[in-house]
Design a protein around this ligand. Structure first.
Ligand code: A3P
Length: 280
């Protein structure tokens, strides 16, 4: 409940907060015991960090074509899929989730390629706010200032941005099976990020293919073509394509909120060297 009395539906799976998904806890319990194939690729991120964008890029690289794939996106989201559904997907699978590290099977952490994505928390807060307002399941009708009060203390679906990103960041250091990508880098130069992902996945993608994928996955193009939106029954008219910019937070944060957040930032990030860009 926010300070204006608006409710937001948050579901818990073994103590971790998530948006409402049918069978969330069962799916995550099954996932923890699931064994992926060595070639399966995973994208993990706090929500609103560009997960579905980079999922599209990665799928296109694996297929070797700059073409929109006719995949049922919702099945590739781990929170939303049973292990039976995951098993039924064509291999190699590119799966994504907003899970915490403790919810991921040990064998996956050791053996599979993992792409971790982060986005600066101010833009993430704005994007996550708009997502929660549009998402039928969350059923949130509050205004941004009230949402901000919850976000700053991590009391929103998926919890605390700092905790989530710092945990993954510290774990990822020195690991060759992990690539860390930021939303801001992808926004500045998607072709380079596409090349980085190809190199990491050991896919011999030509310069032309990376260029073509970057062109296919611009915000404008993906939004116009409604790339792999979730079915209406699942999430209402919530879209993964809202504004797609770095720095939109300046249109939402008041001066006081910005100062407040900078203070929280200084405290929580003083011992963390995670690269974060608030503007580009
Ligand atoms: P905004 O709400 O700021 O527009 P996720 O997939 O992790 O939920 O992230 C959603 C965010 O990524 C949204 O941010 C969405 O617009 C943005 N996004 C999706 N596709 C994009 C693209 N092709 N280029 C840039 N941003 C994109």
């Amino acid at each position: 409940v926010d300070s204006d009395g608006n409710h937001m539906v948050v579901k818990y799976a073994n103590g971790y907060p998530f948006p409402s998904f049918e069978k969330l806890k069962d799916n995550l319990d099954e996932f923890k015991k699931w064994t992926p194939k060595p070639q399966d690729v995973f994208l993990f991120a706090y929500p609103s960090s560009g997960t579905h964008w980079l999922w599209e890029v990665t799928c296109m690289l694996i297929e070797g074509k700059a073409e929109r794939l006719q995949l049922e996106k919702e099945h590739y989201m781990i929170e939303n899929s049973s292990s039976k559904t995951l098993d039924s997907l064509k291999e190699p699978r590119v799966l994504n989730a907003h899970v915490y590290i403790e919810q991921v099977p040990e064998c996956l952490l050791e053996n599979n390629k993992i792409i971790l994505i982060s986005r600066n928390p101010k833009d993430t807060a704005v994007s996550w706010y708009n997502h929660n307002v549009a998402d039928l399941e969350t059923d949130y009708t509050g205004k941004f200032p009230a949402f901000y009060e919850l976000f700053r203390v991590g009391n929103v679906p998926n919890g605390d941005w700092f905790n989530y990103n710092k945990t993954w960041w510290e774990w990822s250091k020195g690991r060759s099976n992990v690539l860390w990508v930021t939303y801001e880098d992808a926004k500045s130069d998607l072709k380079s990020v596409t090349k980085q992902i190809a190199k990491f996945l050991e896919i011999p993608a030509s310069d032309e293919l990376c260029q073509a994928i970057a062109q296919e996955c611009t915000f404008k193009k993906m939004k116009a073509e409604k790339h792999n939106l979730l079915p209406f029954e699942l999430r209402g008219d919530m879209s993964f394509y809202r504004k797609g910019q770095v720095g939109d937070w300046k249109n939402w944060f008041t001066v006081a909120q910005n100062e407040d957040f900078d203070q929280i930032w200084d405290e929580k990030m003083k011992d963390c060297d995670l690269p974060v860009q608030f503007t580009i």
